[in-house]
Design a protein around this ligand. Sequence first.
Ligand SMILES: C[S@@+](CC[C@H](N)C(=O)[O-])C[C@H]1O[C@@H](n2cnc3c(N)ncnc32)[C@H](O)[C@@H]1O
Length: 296
Amino acid sequence: MAVGGIKFRRRAFALLIGLAASLAHAAESGDVALIEELARQEAIYQSRGAEVPAGYTIDRSLLSYTKALPEEFDRALGVLRPDDRWLDIGAGRGQAILDYYTPKFDMLHFEGREERGGKAQAVAISIEDRRTEDWQAKAATLPPDKIVYLFGRRLREYKPDELGRFKLITDVVGGFSYTTTLSLFVERVLSLLEVNGSFFTVLSDVSREAGGSSPHYAGSPFLTVLTRADGSDLKVCAWLKSISCVQVTCEAKEKWVPPIEAFHVQKTCDQVVVPALTPVHFEAGTPPERGFKLAQ
Ligand SMILES: C[S@@+](CC[C@H](N)C(=O)[O-])C[C@H]1O[C@@H](n2cnc3c(N)ncnc32)[C@H](O)[C@@H]1O
């Protein structure tokens, strides 16, 4: 492929439609390397069958979510009532939601079973449509809108009131790991969360709160790198804790390969202010390598 060729640039420009304003400068400035990385990332999202890269996992079970996310996630899901709502951002095939809608889930979650009565509404969002026959079959057995699968847009492309509010939001190697606009993404997540609601997420190969961590792959940086305006290191956990109206806990899971850090962000009031991050580095991958700098 002729990287600098007119044909390539036109195609890359087309792929940029829908990407954040923060990356539009790549096209405007003719940053061909960045345009190429974005095109490679888009190809990963749109890959099908044998072309899906081995590292692009789209079918994690609810049990995998429970193991990856902070311990409180399992209980938070178990106590949801039928009129509560759960949003899974970057849901892949939506397997975690399908597992929630099984009798096995009720057998394993006795607490609140009587009060629960039924299940919460579960909304999956994904850039690409990865629904399976299992998803369609399960949806057909449930009341309309009990499980919903939205695709074709990134989280930031939904209008502020379009998705409604949620008591529980999860993201397991979805938008939080893949977005090119991290602060905008978290701002949007928190605007969708009810006060006292919880956002559970995870990052792989990141400088962890406890300290002493180093990148998993020799010679490569952490997958998500944050720096302050003066260029000094900023941990993702510390950045999340600097957001107003949230309570954050960060849990290192060192035994994972690569090690992960799991985050629980509880919203405590509506006046959320997320310190803005500017994207400074992006290399396509599963997940991509990203760098962000604190705006001030
Ligand atoms: C690696 S898959 C993970 C799927 C699922 N969570 C799992 O663990 O099996 C990444 C998912 O994140 C989605 N994704 C990435 N960036 C996103 C964004 N900004 N908004 C919504 N979905 C996003 C992709 O479309 C895909 O569904």
